[in-house]
Structure formats: structure tokens, C-alpha cells
Design a protein around this ligand. Sequence first.
Ligand code: PRP
Ligand code: URA
Length: 211
Amino acid sequence: MFDSKVHVLDHPLLQHKLSILRDERTGVKEFREIVSEMATLECYEATRDLPLEDVEIKTPVATGTFKQLAGKKLAIVPILRAGLGMVDGILNLIPSAKVGHIGLYRDPETHQPVEYYCKMPSDIAERDVIVLDPMLATGGSASAAITFLKGYGCKHIKLMNILAAPEGIEVIRRDHPDVEIYVAAVDEKLNEHAYIVPGLGDAGDRIFGTK
Ligand code: PRP
Ligand code: URA
């Protein structure tokens, strides 16, 4: 259905956790915890291509040559607000990653992204970046965030979502064909309010309890 740049991570643990997120009875605490756990699981796949280097280690038994991460510089960039819910889950696995923030909200009438905040690490252009947002709906917010990062000089950008609509995937593939997408599921469509159907509702409201 999608090309090799789109990774739909249909692991049983991700599918099970996503079903809990979808359930309208799931409360704020559990929703927040599961978003974070799913980010950790997705991070495992999104970092599969990290380079390794040899290192000599003396175990209690013998000395050998083993592998360690080659020290690639990474940054994660959550799209505020809902992307914040994924940050701790990623930092669990890559605690030394730097964190940039970009604030975008969707205009309720036009559904177009509006930028309201931005703070990036000073060396962001030298870092491989993973953009975080639980929801890829029209794709407008993620596409704008990626355009913005490219404007800063970022060359290697991945996008990590929990749930996507086919429309959003198509927009990212069209606007940013170099960007790999990691997502736990792709739903059927968008509704007239540009919400993902069947979806899980408003991720930001459900993470922060603001509905
Ligand atoms: C949501 C979501 C994405 C965006 C996705 O944010 O977290 O950022 O919508 O929609 P799109 O693909 O159509 O752009 P929202 O604007 O509701 O802001 P929030 O995170 O502050 O709740
Ligand atoms: N943003 C959300 O939080 N949910 C959707 O379904 C679409 C955009």
C-alpha cells in the first residue's frame, strides 16, 4: 500500500496499546502512560539504522571486540502540544538526545497549521532529527515542521506518529519524499473536521485532560 519509506509498525504490543488509546473510556493517566510506552516501542524501530563501531571490552572472563553506538548526534523535536507526550518515551532509550520544540496548532476553520513557538538546539543542523507527533491527520502540521527544520539546515529527518490518516501520509510523501515515517497504524480516512476516523479523538486534549 505504501512505499518503503513508510513503516507501519504492526507489532502486537503496539496494536494492543493503540486499542486502549482508541477507547473513549481510557482516562488521562493511562492515555499519557501508553502514549509514552508506544513512543519507546516505536523508537526501537526508528533507531534500527544507527551506526555502530567496534570497542574492546574486558569481561570477567576474556577480552573481546564488541559493538557500541558510534556516537551519532540525535535530536527529537516534539510538535506542541501532543508531541510532548512522546518525549519521555524516547529519552528512555536515547537519554543524550537533545530536544527542540516547535509549537503548531491547527486553525479550527481552515485546518492549516499556525506556528506559535520554536526553540531548537544551536547545533540542530548537525543532528539527525526525529519529529514527534501522535497524530498525522491532514499532514499540514508535520509537513510545516519538517519544512521548518530543513530551513534550519537539517538533512536527516524522520517522522514518528502513533496514528495516521492515508491523506497525511500522502502529504508527507509528496512534500518530503526523503523523510521516513514510523507509525503504529493507518486508519481509514479523515472526517469533515479533519479528524482521523475511527481514530482516538484529540490526542492533545486526551494527554493533557483539557476537554
Ligand atoms: C493535533 C495533533 C497534530 C495535528 C495533526 O494538534 O497533535 O499536531 O493536530 O493534524 P494535521 O495533520 O491535520 O496537521 P492540535 O492542532 O490539535 O494541537 P494540540 O497538539 O495543541 O492539541
Ligand atoms: N489531531 C488530533 O488530535 N486528532 C485527530 O484525529 C486529528 C488531528
